[in-house]
Structure formats: structure tokens, C-alpha cells
Design a protein around this ligand. Structure first.
Ligand code: TGC
Ligand code: FAD
Length: 392
């Protein structure tokens, strides 16, 4: 992307519902994205390289642990500020938002919620300031949508645990310093363990040749008789509900994040349609193009309000897993549809890296799959309204 001309759409004056702090946090993140992400992100995606130079900036804007209390190095913000930070970062790129989501909701959150005071003090401040980067290992080669079937296991060896197994599709794994890993003990109970880079038998090979999230590093976690110190077990919650509880927080962040990607596609397409002349007129003057643009702003506006309300419910501690699933599912589909329509408005130019749209579109193909697939979220809503699980 050469020059970032982004102007944020706010058709129903959602800003009126935001506090001064929300707007301050949102605007600071937006400025940072314009300054630091937009100029380099296209090259990073084309070269399939995670831009590590962004890590310190992400920490500085409070994107690592926005809602973690300040005493542990977090920003101590509310859920709407957290959402707005995710929206602005994903306006730049879903892969950069992924790094912030994983660090905040899948690494810092479980350590904060399920860890000991010693673990909180040891890891959280360093994760908040970017000194340590984390990843989250739940998915396995044979268990994606069904993590309860996981095969990764640990044994109590008296003075340590012995961990064996493998995780696949792990964001940030190739360079992460620590991994929050979910594994079964000898009683088949799922627990979280903090595994550190450098432990013997622990490797993190990178997954290459992705067409999506190319500016995010994805890889495996392989545990071959890894000796994990006993103090690295997260003691305060076990069972599948422990990792799934972290997913609620990350899915909520994604529901906001993808609005950013959709806004960027809409804004780019609107500007292009007003400038591109065919048959002697701007293409924005043709009804078919207006239909696309009008539907885009309608869907973005609906998603903004759904998600803002979800943020209010989360601030009040009332948001349910099923409500979060609805927002994640609705908003990712909204964003991917807008990216596809926006790409068409740009004609041939839409397939080039001169514009952000195709990159967003490809990224969203991962976002619609990770953190629970589109189908799984529909089934979560189905279970919630009927009381009947249709997963198995
Ligand atoms: P089920 O029997 O329904 O539940 C097992 C236990 O978990 C409890 N539970 C939850 N607890 C807290 N929060 C939630 N969201 C919860 N959902 C369920 C549940 O109450 C039960 O507790 P208990 O005490 O009765 O045992 O489990 P199931 O095996 O039938 O599976 C249900 C299903 C399919 C919905 C679940 O497995 C699921 O969500 N699957 C999708 C997997 C997934 O989302 N993986 C994401 C991996 S991480 C990732 O993708 C990161 S991408 C990061 C990035 O780059 O942004
Ligand atoms: P599967 O579970 O094999 O699903 C394949 C298809 O079957 C899907 O369409 C699915 O909807 C459908 N399906 C499955 N079960 C049902 C059912 N019961 N009813 C109807 N349809 C069903 N995981 C982590 O743990 N940590 C990470 O950091 C992480 N980062 C990721 C980054 C990327 C780029 C990607 C692509 C994935 C990442 N994941 C991560 C993994 C992600 O969460 C899984 O890909 C996802 O949960 C789906 O699992 P799967 O790919 O094995 O698909």
C-alpha cells in the first residue's frame, strides 16, 4: 500500500456511544497503524514474513493485554477499548491482529485467570511489554473442531511432568518464547502447561506456503519427552472449559477485528468507485456499483452495533459464549463478503498488492476457520436456542 487514505465509516454515529477514553485509545491505535503497519504490510505479506519490528509498537499501544490489570503490566482497559484496538489493528492486517489476540487472550488471559500469583508475576509484565511472545497450543493434527479428543499427554514423573504430542496450526509458534499448551494427564483431564523455548525435546517448525495470513507466522509445536517443571502447570482450572474460556475472549476480539478489515475494503472501494471513469462517468454513478456499496455500509453498521452491544454485555459480565459465537460468525461472514464485493469494484486493480482488499480477503479465509469454524459457531447458536447439541 503506497499511501494510507483510510477514513473510518460511522454511518449511525456510533462514536456518540463511546467514551472519551474509547475514542482516545481507538484514535491512537489508528494513527499507529497508519504510521507503522500500512507502509510495510503489503511487502511483508508478499514475502510471507511476520514483521517482528512491530512487536514493540504493539506493546506500546497497549495491544498486549489491553484488559489485563495494570499491576501485571496490562493496560487495564474495558472490553470496548479492547475491541476497538482489535478493530484498528485488523484494519491494517488480520495477521497482526492475530498476534495481539493470541498474546492477550490466549496467553496472558489463561495465565492471569488460571495461573498462580508467581506465574502472573513471572510472565505477565514481560508479555505485556513484548519482552516475551507467547502462543497457544490447542489444535492437533487429528483434532481441530473437536479439541476434546486431543492426544497430547503429560505424565507425573515425581519432580516434573513429561510431555508428549504435537500441535498444528499454531499462530506465532515459530518465534514464540513460551507456549500455553493444553494436554491430558493420566486421568484424561485437560490442563494448561507453560512450555518454554529451549526445553529439551520442544521444537516449533514453521508451516509454509500459506495463501492466507501471510504476514503472520504459523507453525507446529512438537513435544518429544519434554520435561516440564511442575510449577509450570496452570492450577486454577482444568477440563475442556479452560481452553474454551480463553477462546471466548479471543473470539470477541475477532468480532471487532474483522469490522476493521471490512471498513478498509469499503473505504477503498468507495474511493476507487468515485475516481474510476468508465463510459465517461465515475463507476460510482452506476446503480450496480451503488448497490454493492450501499449493502456494504449497511452490513458494517449492523455489525458495529451488534458488537458494541456485546462489549457492553462483556463489561457487565453478562455476555454468553453463544452471543460471542453469533458475533464472530456474523461479522467474519460480513467482512469476507464485503472483501469479495469490494475486490470486484476495483476490477483488475483489485487483484494487485497496490490495494489492501485482496490481502484482507485471503486473510479472512483463515479467520472464518480459526477460533471455531463458521459451521461450529452456527451449531453453538443452534445448541443455545434448541438445547440440543448437534456436534456429534
Ligand atoms: P462441550 O461438552 O460442549 O464442553 C466441554 C466443557 O467446556 C465447557 N464450555 C465452555 N467453558 C467456557 N467457555 C466456553 N466457550 C465453553 N464452551 C464449552 C462446557 O460447559 C463443558 O464444561 P463441563 O464442566 O460440563 O465439562 O464440548 P464438546 O467437546 O462437545 O465441544 C463443543 C465445541 C465443538 C463447541 C468446542 O469444542 C469448540 O468450540 N470447538 C472449536 C475449537 C476451536 O475453536 N478451536 C480454536 C483453537 S485456537 C485458535 O484457533 C487460535 S487462532 C488465533 C489467532 O491467530 O487469532
Ligand atoms: P476440521 O475440524 O477438520 O473441520 C473441517 C471442516 O469440517 C470444517 O468446515 C468444519 O466446520 C467441519 N466440521 C467439523 N466438525 C463438524 C461438525 N460437528 N458438524 C459440522 N461440520 C463440522 N489453533 C490453535 O490451537 N492455536 C492457534 O494459534 C491457531 N492458529 C491458527 C492459525 C491459522 C492460520 C489457522 C488456519 C488455524 C489456526 N488454528 C489454531 C487452528 C484452528 O482453530 C482450526 O483450524 C479450526 O479449529 C478448525 O480445525 P481443522 O482445521 O482441524 O478443521
Amino acid at each position: 500500500m503506497s499511501v494510507d487514505l483510510f477514513q473510518s465509516p460511522d454511518y449511525y454515529h456510533l462514536d456518540d456511544l463511546l467514551s472519551e477514553e474509547h475514542k482516545l485509545v481507538r484514535d491512537a491505535t489508528r494513527e499507529w497503524v497508519k504510521r507503522e503497519v500500512s507502509p510495510i504490510i503489503e511487502d511483508a505479506a508478499q514475502e510471507a514474513k511476520f514483521p517482528k519490528q512491530l512487536l514493540s509498537g504493539l506493546a506500546e499501544i497497549g495491544a498486549f493485554g489491553p484488559y489485563i490489570p495494570e499491576e501485571y503490566g496490562g493496560a487495564g482497559l474495558d472490553q470496548i477499548s479492547y475491541g476497538l484496538i482489535m478493530q484498528e489493528i485488523e484494519r491494517g492486517d488480520s495477521g497482526i491482529r492475530s498476534t495481539a489476540s493470541v498474546q492477550s487472550s490466549l496467553v496472558m488471559y489463561p495465565i492471569y485467570k488460571y495461573g498462580t500469583e508467581e506465574q502472573r508475576e513471572k510472565y505477565l509484565p514481560k508479555l505485556a511489554n513484548g519482552e516475551l511472545i507467547g502462543c497457544f497450543g490447542l489444535t492437533e493434527p487429528n483434532h481441530g473442531s473437536n479439541p476434546g479428543g486431543m492426544e497430547t499427554r503429560f505424565k507425573d514423573m515425581g519432580d516434573h511432568y513429561l510431555l508428549n504430542g504435537a500441535k498444528l496450526w499454531i499462530s506465532n509458534s515459530p518465534f514464540a518464547d513460551i507456549a500455553v499448551v493444553w494436554a491430558k494427564n493420566e486421568e484424561d483431564r485437560i490442563h494448561g502447561l507453560i512450555v518454554e523455548r529451549g526445553m529439551e525435546g520442544f521444537t516449533t517448525p514453521e508451516t509454509h506456503h500459506k495463501w492466507s495470513l501471510r504476514a503472520s507466522a504459523t507453525g507446529e509445536l512438537i513435544f518429544d519427552n519434554v520435561k516440564v517443571p511442575k510449577e509450570n502447570l496452570l492450577p486454577n482450572k482444568s477440563g475442556l472449559g479452560a481452553p474454551l474460556g480463553c477462546l471466548d475472549s479471543a473470539r470477541y476480539g475477532i468480532a471487532w477485528g474483522v469490522i476493521g478489515a471490512a471498513m478498509d475494503c469499503y473505504d477503498t472501494a468507495l474511493r476507487y468507485a468515485k475516481e474510476r471513469i468508465q463510459f465517461g462517468k465515475p463507476i460510482a454513478s452506476f446503480q450496480l456499483q451503488q448497490k454493492k456499496l450501499a449493502e456494504m455500509i449497511t452490513e458494517i453498521t449492523k455489525a458495529q452495533f451488534l458488537t458494541w452491544r456485546l462489549g457492553v454485555l462483556r463489561n457487565e459480565g453478562r455476555a454468553t459464549t453463544a452471543q460471542i459465537s453469533m458475533a464472530k460468525r456474523n461479522n467474519v461472514e460480513m467482512a469476507i463478503n464485503i472483501a469479495r464485493e469490494a475486490r470486484q469494484i476495483l476490477g483488475g486493480m483489485g487483484i494487485t498488492g497496490d490495494y489492501s482488499i485482496m490481502r484482507h480477503m485471503m486473510n479472512l479465509e483463515s479467520v472464518i476457520t480459526y477460533e471455531g469454524t463458521h459451521d461450529i459457531h452456527l451449531l453453538i447458536t443452534g445448541l443455545d436456542i434448541t438445547g440440543i447439541p448437534a456436534f456429534k
